[in-house]
Write a protein that binds this ligand. Structure first.
Ligand SMILES: NC(=O)c1ccc[n+]([C@@H]2O[C@H](COP(=O)([O-])OP(=O)(O)OC[C@H]3O[C@@H](n4cnc5c(N)ncnc54)[C@H](OP(=O)(O)O)[C@@H]3O)[C@@H](O)[C@H]2O)c1
Length: 249
């Protein structure tokens, strides 16, 4: 009997997210892929989305090695009809979403006064409106179940001003405001809304500045922060994480 209890406890440790279902937007490369791989390794069923079918197929193959149920779907998260289809299909295929990672995002740097209205719309729709759309689509299921984790990937650019940051910083500062207010709206339903603000991460995301690539954060550092959030004890939540590399790049 004691041996059976110890086997159950060690499998819980190896797969602490067994039975959970995660949706990671922009999970086909970069930080999102690292997060998706980490959640699948921890035992969660994982759905990823993006617009690039080749990157999606490659990451889906990698994810399937985990043995967890996987779904990959083409979706532009700035479009509400595509978001509805994405969330409905994820829940029909994998089950109710218990972990949502709003990760999809794009960069655009340069003085705001030199940018076009289309530039503004593209960045704000992708980095901020998408979080409203996807969270709104997922919230009813989490409310019904009385639990869930929503994790939004903002940036230290959502806290710090710098020349050429205008439109990108606006999207990430806005995301911090949205996240903090959603956390207040949803905590009474048992739903924890967290935000992660990474410094520069070594992905293909941005060519801004001339930082030492060896000293940048790795996508896996952000995945580790996501793991900390979803494995936090049920009575508390990590509301905002600022993630910095040990040595300044
Ligand atoms: N890298 C950094 O230094 C850094 C630092 C702080 C915060 N962040 C944030 O971390 C997140 C991920 O960045 P990353 O470095 O991993 O960038 P990345 O390698 O360029 O990946 C971006 C991801 O977002 C997806 N995406 C973009 N627009 C989308 C849309 N309209 N619909 C669906 N998916 C979309 C991309 O897939 P498709 O292109 O296939 O659509 C891709 O999977 C972003 O929110 C970014 O702002 C990055």
């Amino acid at each position: 009997m004691a041996q059976k209890a110890s086997i159950n406890s060690s499998s819980r440790q190896a797969s602490p997210l067994s039975g959970a279902v995660a949706l990671v937007t922009g999970g086909n490369r970069g930080i999102g892929r690292a997060i998706a791989l980490r959640l699948a390794k921890l035992g969660a069923g994982v759905a990823i989305c993006g617009r690039d079918p080749q990157a999606l197929a490659a990451t889906e193959t990698q994810l399937k090695n985990s043995g967890s149920p996987i779904l990959s779907q083409i979706a532009d998260v700035s479009r509400s009809a595509e978001v509805t289809t994405l969330v409905d299909k994820t829940q029909a295929t994998l089950g109710p979403i218990s972990i949502l990672v709003n990760n999809a995002g794009i960069s655009l740097f340069g003085p705001a006064h030199e940018k076009t209205e289309a530039d503004w719309d593209r960045v704000l729709d992708t980095n901020l409106k998408s979080v409203f759309l996807v969270s709104r689509a997922v919230a009813p299921t989490m409310i019904q179940r009385g639990s869930g984790d929503m994790i939004n990937i903002s940036s230290l650019a959502g806290r710090n001003a710098f020349a050429g940051g205008g439109i990108y910083c606006a999207s990430k500062w806005g995301l911090l405001g949205l996240s903090a207010c959603m956390a207040e709206d949803l905590r009474e339903h048992g739903i924890r809304v967290s935000v992660i603000c990474p410094g520069s991460v070594a992905t293909g995301f941005s060519t801004r500045g001339s930082k030492d690539p060896a000293k940048l954060l790795a996508p896996d550092d952000v995945a580790h922060a996501v793991e900390m959030i979803v494995t936090q004890g049920p009575q508390s939540f990590l509301s905002e994480i600022h993630l910095r590399p040990v040595r300044k790049p």
